[in-house]
Ligand binder design. Structure first.
Ligand code: NAI
Length: 377
């Protein structure tokens, strides 16, 4: 099968998420890095793209140049990944969709709900794919949990408890470090700090596994380091359309917790738990029974979990291969096959609506607020 041409914006040398995209997109031979505007520093970006094998005339100085350069080519990129800082996602994603490119945008998709609605509209009008990189949903054992819920193996889901709480911004002495400080500065980060950064991954995961969407929420935000304007800790209670009860704790000051992303799903006839630091196992307890450890790669898993596993049981698969699974589904979608599990622009919009709802709720002492985008009410 012919390889697809892939372009990347952001994710330059030394960036946090860039390597996971490059490993992920190219892991299965579906995509070849054909074009890029990789860095805010034009020369650094061009040089780095060329060092990765991009032809000199497709190693662009910035995204605008890339848009102009690619739109006229017969071998134009089949997919553009947007892995720049949050405040640039909207204009880049919109411009590429309008020019007829498929886009994978990093989270959060936009900075405001209105921008999110606009991306959903533009994506629909263009007929192109607009996916959002909620990559944790692509771990094989997360897909297994989703299948277990779908096939009623734990009965109706009563309760979801999700945490995305780490301690990497817990040192007050480091709070003025520019790499940390911008995340809690409204001028750079928008209306929310930790909840918009990490909490939305957990909220997306709750919906993804439970097969239910958030309807309303009540939030308590705290800036535990007083110099911070935006929250570095949040507790969010939520209710889903189908009646599922949700609890979510997200923090960046939970010293000792590392990645700190885990989720528990409790149904009428069983419970499950998964943690991103042990992504190959799901702990499953049937009501009245013993806890069982289910392993990626073992016999008897769902087709969906088996499809997204690469190496044999007991060999760890980690974060870049979860990102690779997003690209597997993107490649299939670009080639015309349906992949319903791909996180969409609508998921990106739902997250932004939840962020604004949480901010409003926190300001109103935890009042319950409708968390759905206006267009879904
Ligand atoms: P970073 O600051 O480490 O890297 C950003 C990169 O983008 C740098 O190479 C920078 O030079 C480049 N850049 C900045 N402005 C640009 C522009 N206008 N045009 C082209 N390149 C530009 O940031 P990081 O942590 O890699 O985050 C990038 C995005 O990825 C953020 O939106 C973040 O929320 C998201 N992210 C997602 C994760 C996930 O699990 N899905 C994990 C980490 C980050």
């Amino acid at each position: 099968m012919a390889k697809l041409n892939w372009g990347m914006i952001g994710g330059g040398e030394g960036s946090q998420i860039g390597p996971a995209h490059r490993l992920g997109a190219q892991a299965d031979g579906n995509f070849v890095l054909a074009a890029g505007a990789l860095d805010v520093d034009a020369e650094k970006g061009r040089a780095y793209a060329e060092s990765l094998g991009v032809a000199a005339d497709r190693a662009y100085a910035n995204w605008q140049e890339m848009l102009e350069g690619e739109r006229g080519r017969e071998d134009r990129v089949d997919l553009v990944t947007v892995a720049t800082p949050n405040s640039t996602h909207f204009e880049i994603t919109k411009a590429f969709l309008e020019a007829g490119f498929n886009v994978l945008c990093e989270k959060p998709m936009t900075m405001t709900v209105e921008e999110g609605e606009e991306i959903v509209r533009v994506a629909e009008a263009s007929g192109k794919i607009c996916a959002v990189n909620y990559c944790y949903s692509a771990y094989p054992m997360v897909r297994e949990m989703r299948q277990m819920v779908k096939t009623a193996q734990i009965g109706k889901v009563r309760l979801v408890v999700a945490n995305f709480s780490h301690g990497h911004h817990g040192d007050a002495g480091d709070a003025d470090n520019p790499r940390v400080r911008w995340r809690y500065d409204p001028a750079m980060a928008g209306v929310s700090g930790q909840f918009a950064d990490c909490g939305i991954h957990a909220l997306h995961m709750a919906s993804f596994i439970a097969g239910d969407e958030v309807r309303s929420l009540s939030a308590d935000f705290a800036s535990t380091i007083p110099s911070r304007t935006l929250e570095d800790d949040a507790m969010v209670n939520f209710r889903m359309e189908g009646g599922t009860v949700g609890r979510l704790w997200t923090s960046s000051v939970a010293i000792g917790r590392q990645h700190g992303f885990d989720i528990q799903v409790f149904g009428e006839t069983g419970g499950m738990r998964w943690a991103s630091e042990q992504p190959n196992q799901v702990f499953y307890t049937p009501v009245g029974g013993r806890t069982q450890i289910m392993e990626k790669g073992e016999a008897g898993l769902s087709d969906e979990a088996a499809r997204l596993s690469r190496v044999a049981i007991a060999h760890p698969e980690g974060f870049p291969l979860a990102v690779a699974n997003i690209y597997v589904d993107l490649a299939a979608a670009i080639r015309g096959e349906t992949r319903n599990a791909l996180p969409s622009a609508m998921d990106g919009l739902r997250s932004m609506a939840a962020v604004y709802a949480a901010v409003d709720s926190a300001k109103a002492d935890g009042a319950w607020v409708d968390a759905r985008p206006q267009i879904l009410r």
